[in-house]
Design a protein around this ligand. Structure first.
Ligand code: NAD
Ligand code: UGA
Length: 483
């Protein structure tokens, strides 16, 4: 199949590379000239495991790049739209990038095309897309519109695309249905997985054939929003339970392992921490809420999901204050700037917001992130922060170490070495990466989320439990009382 992908960001570039990988002829388009020039020269604009290998082996073979939507549409049978859909000031999805792409696509339609929305969009966008294509000059008999929402996660995007839990296609006509099923056939038949040299499956996957769900366009659009809202709700639920667990002396990691062992609940996305971030959950929960609002339904559950998420950052800042007493003048080592591990994406990163608050309170930040530093510099103030080469240089002479992103490499640090490098033996972990006893054994006082403070044996009472936050002593007490 000949495919055009409009928008070469996290979703578009990964989709284009994976479509080429499973045998299609693909043109990836972006209106950012610098991005296309970089790709043409063999560069990779985002950090994503396996993406460099896929781009290298498919570029100039089955994968081309272009800045021209017209050229790409004319050469394609199926056109995927993967441009951004950021939040507007009112929380609704801003679909102006989709509309701009649609208007250019419309003008290039000469023979029959299938236009597929892969960007995350509110229900009924397919209808708006059809209308926009006609208004911009496309003959209504010359195109079909379909929905094919994308469920990949940043950091594991290539594997998520090639080894999906499910592929959802929302089709309102047989032509789109046949075309989209043909595009994904190498995955749904399992043919791709039998080839040699393919991208290896994740260790917990025994996938032989990808599952495909065929539904209508509106339901597909709805599945995407409802899925992200549910996952965000799961995280906020875990965070709310963590706050109570910490108060009563239960351990949230053990609680969630126990709760998640029920196959009706499942263990994933129950990790308590500093709240969800990224370019997706925050905007998609808001956008889904706005869809409900437009139907006259007040989706109060989602209000609470968003509220808990924001409170979680404030609660973590309270925890830092509880551990350090005062912030002004403190040198704080910070591990993690990205919104989650294994990505360079800092959009809506809770780490960035926490750092900004600490700088505003007068702390000196010494930050390290394996790949997100360049992007983070664009969002953080230039004063009050130094960027370090590794976790140990950040820790050297610092008053405490904070863990703000769940990078795999932050879960296996040399704790004894950290103990010697830090000025004070204090670690405040917003991602619960360690067994508290292990950290305490290394001589560190360890604060995490939804678990008791762990201190080395023999630590003086004055050192170990003064920061052991109880709701009555913190701003959280207020939210308990007022809730
Ligand atoms: P992104 O910002 O990384 O990429 C969007 C790209 O589109 C940019 O490179 C931009 O230059 C380009 N673009 C914008 N207008 C264009 C136009 N008229 N012509 C050509 N190129 C244009 O965004 P993203 O993270 O890839 O997200 C894209 C969509 O996919 C969003 O709706 C998002 O919600 C959804 N989504 C994202 C993820 C994710 O993990 N990032 C996962 C699933 C779905
Ligand atoms: C999320 C969804 O997981 C994808 O399925 C979806 O395609 C994508 O949004 C999207 O629609 O754009 P992503 O934002 O890349 O993917 O990352 P996640 O792994 O979902 O993490 C989101 C945030 O939640 C991160 O800040 C992460 O640290 C946080 N998180 C995640 C938790 O706090 N606890 C958890 O248990 C899991």
């Amino acid at each position: 199949m000949r495919i055009a992908v409009i928008g070469s960001g996290y979703v578009g570039l990964v989709s284009a590379a994976c479509f080429a990988e499973i045998g299609h002829d693909v043109i990836a388009v972006d209106n950012n000239n610098a991005k296309i020039e970089l790709l043409e020269s063999g560069g990779v604009p985002i950090h994503e495991e396996f993406l460099p290998a896929l781009l290298t082996r498919n570029h100039r073979n089955r994968l081309q790049y272009s800045t021209s939507i017209t050229e790409a549409v004319k050469k394609a049978d199926v056109v995927f739209i993967t441009v951004g859909t950021p939040p507007s000031a009112t929380g609704e999805a801003d679909l102006s990038y989709v509309e701009a792409a649609a208007s250019e696509i419309a003008q290039a339609i000469d023979v029959r095309k299938i236009v597929v929305e892969k960007s995350t969009v509110p229900v009924r966008t397919c209808d708006w897309l059809r209308r926009s294509l006609v208004l911009n000059g496309a003959d209504h008999e010359m195109f079909s519109v379909a929905s094919n929402p994308e469920f990949l996660r940043e950091g594991t995007a290539v594997r998520d695309f090639l080894y999906p839990d499910r592929i959802v296609i929302g089709v309102d006509d047989s032509l789109s249905s046949a075309a989209l099923q043909a595009i994904y056939e190498p995955l749904t038949s399992g043919r791709y997985y039998k080839q040699s040299g393919v991208i290896p499956p994740p260790s917990d996957t025994a996938i032989l054939k990808a599952k495909i769900i065929v539904t209508n366009a509106k339901s597909a659009e709805f599945i995407k929003h409802a899925s992200n809202a549910f996952l965000a709700m799961k995280i906020s639920f875990a965070n709310a339970v963590a706050n109570v667990a910490e108060c009563v002396g239960a351990d949230i990691s053990q609680v969630c392992a126990g709760v998640g062992s029920d196959s009706r609940i499942g263990p994933r996305f129950l990790n308590a921490g500093i709240g969800y971030g990224g370019s997706c959950f925050p905007k998609d929960v808001q956008a889904f809420h706005a869809v409900a609002n437009s139907c006259g339904y007040r989706f109060g559950l989602l209000d609470e999901v968003m509220k808990i998420n924001l409170e979680q950052r404030r609660y973590f800042l309270d925890k830092i204050r509880g551990a350090l007493w005062t912030i002004r003048g403190k040198k704080l080592a910070v591990l993690g700037l990205a919104f989650k591990g294994e990505t360079d994406d800092v959009r809506e990163s809770p780490a960035i917001e926490i750092i900004k608050s600490l700088i505003a309170e007068g702390a000196q930040i010494r930050a390290f992130d394996p790949v997100a530093t360049k992007n983070a510099k664009e969002l953080l103030p230039s004063e009050g922060i130094f960027y370090e080469e590794n976790p140990y240089s950040a820790a050297t002479g610092s008053d405490a170490l904070l863990i703000l992103t769940e990078w795999r490499e932050f879960a296996s640090l040399d704790l004894r070495k950290l103990r010697h490098l830090l000025k004070y033996p204090i670690v405040i972990d917003g991602r619960n990466l360690y067994d508290p006893c292990e950290v305490a054994k290394a001589g560190l006082i360890y604060y995490s989320v939804g678990r008791a403070v762990a201190a080395p044996t023999g630590t003086a009472h004055e050192l170990a439990d003064i920061g052991d936050r109880k709701p009555k002593n913190s701003s959280l007490a207020h939210s308990f009382v007022s809730a």
